[in-house]
Design a protein around this ligand. Structure first.
Ligand code: BES
Ligand code: ZN
Length: 752
């Protein structure tokens, strides 16, 4: 289900995939007046107002996969980690719960899941604060520091109403009902002041004490008291806790349960999900593509952004990729103890053998991958400030989907450092207000500076510090890069049968679900695309010629060659020859052959222009065309013109004598009656000629009785009566009889 609003770059992507201009966003649209909400359809990306596509092509796998990433799923995982589980301090049960949750999800996607325990780490003393009657801001599970000088209650804890004793420095500040309740006071950094406050609370009968920073929402400190108070839990929170409690108290009574625990030199937890490559079920040879995030958060912080967000993105990438059979090994790492000094990630890379490390394509570390804090931007930060394969692949993915906001500079401070240190290409992907040095060249040696969002490492790092839009961008860019690398890189070369690379040729692949549009070949006749472990038919089209390479098994990075037959078939047309003359009604047959040595002849058809085969039933000029096509789609045609004429017989001599002004009968036969319109338009005509040589001396002019006037038919003979002119006396004229079969006949008359 897609419900998150889209970043502008996603529109661009839609337009590219669909080839349609009218890609619209959908989701919740608020009408301006009345606040009416229109819920748009969910499901695949929609286009509205687009013309009905004639043949719908599937997108390439890069686009198909990114099109399935939905940050709403990431948000749900983040909520489970940051709200349902809550703060996940390294070495606490909550860090392990986080690992178990991530492991459970990965298992459901078919991953082989391992929980790694490593350590021990330093003793952790924490309070879990919950409420039975209030909806606690920031989440139902608050975490505070449990003073080693107070009581550790265990998970059951103590429950009571909260009273506010301000600074707790004088009796007057303690409400009358402090007895038997939980007393909230300001935390003082001065040990004596703090000690007085807690001692006063104990003397007023407090069952628990909360000391919270009045200003500066820093993480709650761990602290001691000069006078130990072993009978009650004493806990310390941040200023957000004090503000939230005081706001709740202003509205009425507030009941809290405080459970304090001391976890002595506990173990940290990593969760590693492995999805083996199809052909490498034991994981010994396949390239490894790894995504990492850290599970733990700092004391007191729900760690929604830092770094439940990273796991939310990892799990969504895992979900979508788990739908495809892959030839690369996919690893999803949830590391504990990052905040304690990259402890989990260091423990993990220590377990890798040299052979395993050599199989790594890279590690894409997601840490703080979508705060709404405005100045934050998406950065790819590397320990040495240099770009590397992992960074470059993220840039490439960003370019594929029209996002140009990714930048690269230098920073360690997250688990990518542990991978970098063992020679695995890695990068931290983070939404951060990072300020690079003036010259990018300095990113390497000195790096830049940064400002974190105000909620960073604070109790306020809650769901409010999560931007579904920015998570989506991270999914598209980083998830897009991971997906691209988890699939097989295939180079398709399009070649002509003569071995020439074919540039600009559209390439399609049908891998069982319909044809996918892979784009067009470059100047080198090549196209790069990624594929899961599949069998595909690859099709290349060039100027109407189509070549298909069938059932190609894709089982790794490989090359596919498609040869396009661009040689046209040949036609040998022996009858009719160009200019052939046939007598009306006489039997005539055409003779032609087509040949194609490469793909074979698909069609070879001879027709006259009117669609009938070679015919002699109508007089005049006819075109005879042979159309041939080979199986690749190359076509060729050859055209000849032939003539069908009447069987002509003249009953008049070539020259005769006559009298100017008289009518001269011209008799001829055409082998039967063919109507009276047997002359070509404008004929008969006559032209003055010299009597001795017959050379024309003036223009030809149509006779006065044209075409069918003056013509009659009787007993198998046509009789045309030529009316000569008186003014032609003492001249010679040539009579021109052009028939509608295209033939011409002549006689010359000497006029007295
Ligand atoms: N998510 C931070 C990394 C971070 C935060 C990088 C802000 C840049 C800006 C990480 O969880 C963290 O807090 N790391 C520690 C360092 C670590 C080695 C203990 C830090 O940055 O202080
Ligand atoms: Zn972090």
């Amino acid at each position: 289900m897609r419900s998150s609003p889209k970043q502008p770059h996603r529109f661009k992507r839609l337009a590219v995939i669909g080839g349609l201009a009218a890609a619209l966003s959908f989701g919740t649209v608020s009408a301006a007046a009345g606040g009416v909400q229109v819920q748009g359809p969910s499901g695949p990306d929609l286009t509205v107002g687009a013309p009905a596509a004639t043949s719908v092509l599937l997108p390439d796998y890069d686009s198909e996969i990114v099109g399935q990433f939905d940050s709403a799923n990431s948000v749900n995982h983040i909520r489970h980690l940051a709200v349902d589980i809550g703060p996940r301090l390294n070495g606490t049960p909550q860090e392990r719960e986080g690992a178990e949750y991530i492991g459970g999800i990965l298992k459901s996607y078919g991953f082989e899941v391992t929980l790694q325990s490593w350590g021990p780490v330093s003793t952790k003393r924490v309070a879990k604060v919950t409420s039975s009657d209030a909806d606690l801001p920031g989440g139902p599970n608050w975490q505070m520091a449990a003073s080693t000088s107070g009581k550790f209650t265990g998970d059951t804890g103590v429950k009571g109403q909260v009273v506010d004793a301000k600074t707790g420095q004088s009796d007057a500040e303690f409400p009358a009902d402090s007895e038997g309740n939980i007393v909230l006071m300001d935390y003082s950094t001065t040990a004596a002041v703090r000690n007085t406050a807690v001692a006063n609370a104990v003397s007023h009968g407090a069952i628990a004490v909360i000391l919270a920073y009045p200003t500066g929402n820093s993480a709650p400190p761990s602290f001691t008291l000069t006078t130990p108070q072993p009978e009650i839990p004493v806990i310390g929170g941040g200023s957000a806790h004090s503000t939230w409690i005081r706001d709740l108290l202003a509205k009425g009574p507030l009941t809290l349960t405080i459970a304090t625990n001391e976890y002595v030199t506990p173990m940290g937890t990593n969760v590693i999900g492995i999805r083996h490559a199809v052909g490498d079920p034991t994981g010994t040879t396949a390239p490894i593509v790894m995504v990492g995030a850290h599970i733990d958060s700092v004391l007191g912080a729900p760690g929604a952004h830092d770094d439940a967000s990273g796991n939310g993105v990892s799990l969504e990438v895992a979900r979508v990729l788990s739908r495809y059979p892959l030839d690369k090994e996919l690893r999803i790492g949830g590391f504990g103890g990052e905040e304690g000094g990259l402890l989990g990630a260091k423990a993990y890379v220590n377990t890798l053998t040299a052979e395993e490390k050599a199989r790594f394509v890279g590690e894409w570390q997601m840490d703080m991958v979508g705060t709404p804090y405005e100045p934050a931007r998406l950065w790819a930060l590397t320990p040495d400030g240099q770009s590397n394969y992992v960074v470059q692949e993220a840039y490439n993915a960003a370019a594929r989907f029209g996002f140009d906001g990714l930048r690269n500079c230098r920073l360690g401070q997250s688990d990518h450092q542990a991978f970098f240190d063992v020679g695995i290409p890695s990068s931290l992907f983070i939404w951060l207000d990072y300020r690079p040095p003036a010259s990018p060249a300095v990113c390497g040696p000195t790096g830049g500076t940064y400002v974190t969002e105000p909620q960073y490492h604070k109790p306020t790092d809650t769901m409010d510090n999560i931007s579904p839009e920015r998570l989506q961008t991270t999914l598209d860019v980083v998830g897009g890069a991971v997906a691209h690398n988890a699939l097989n890189a295939v180079t398709v070369s399009a070649l002509s049968d003569a071995g020439q690379p074919l540039a600009g040729a559209p390439v399609r692949a049908d891998c069982g679900k319909g044809a996918r549009n892979l784009g067009t070949t470059g100047a080198d006749g090549q196209l790069k695309a990624v594929f899961p472990h599949v069998k595909c038919d690859f099709t290349v089209t060039v100027e109407g010629a189509v070549a298909t390479e069938r059932r190609v098994s894709i089982s790794g990075d490989q090359a596919v060659k498609v040869t396009v037959d661009l040689t046209k078939p040949t036609i040998s047309l022996t009858r009719p020859t160009d200019g052939a003359v046939y007598t009306l009604g006489k039997d005539a047959t055409a003779s032609y052959r087509c040949k194609d040595n490469l793909s074979g002849v698909a069609t070879c058809v001879g027709t006259v222009r009117d669609g009938k085969s070679l015919g002699t039933s109508t007089v005049g000029f006819h075109e005879f065309t042979v159309n041939a096509a080979d199986r690749a789609g190359n076509t060729v045609s050859q055209k000849v013109t032939y003539q069908v004429v009447y069987r002509w017989h003249a009953y008049f001599p070539e020259t005769m004598n006559g009298k100017a002004g008289s009518a001269v009968p011209i008799k001829f036969s055409l082998d039967g009656y063919h109507g009276t319109r047997v002359f070509a338009p404008g004929y008969p005509a006559s032209q003055p000629v010299t009597c001795d040589t017959g050379k024309p001396t003036g223009p030809a002019e149509p006779t006065r009785n044209q075409e069918h006037s003056g013509i009659s038919y009787k007993d198998g003979q046509y009789n045309y009566v030529w009316k000569t002119d008186k003014s032609w006396s003492h001249t010679c004229r040539q009579l021109q009889l052009k028939l509608n079969d295209g033939s011409s006949h002549f006689t010359t008359i000497r006029l007295k």
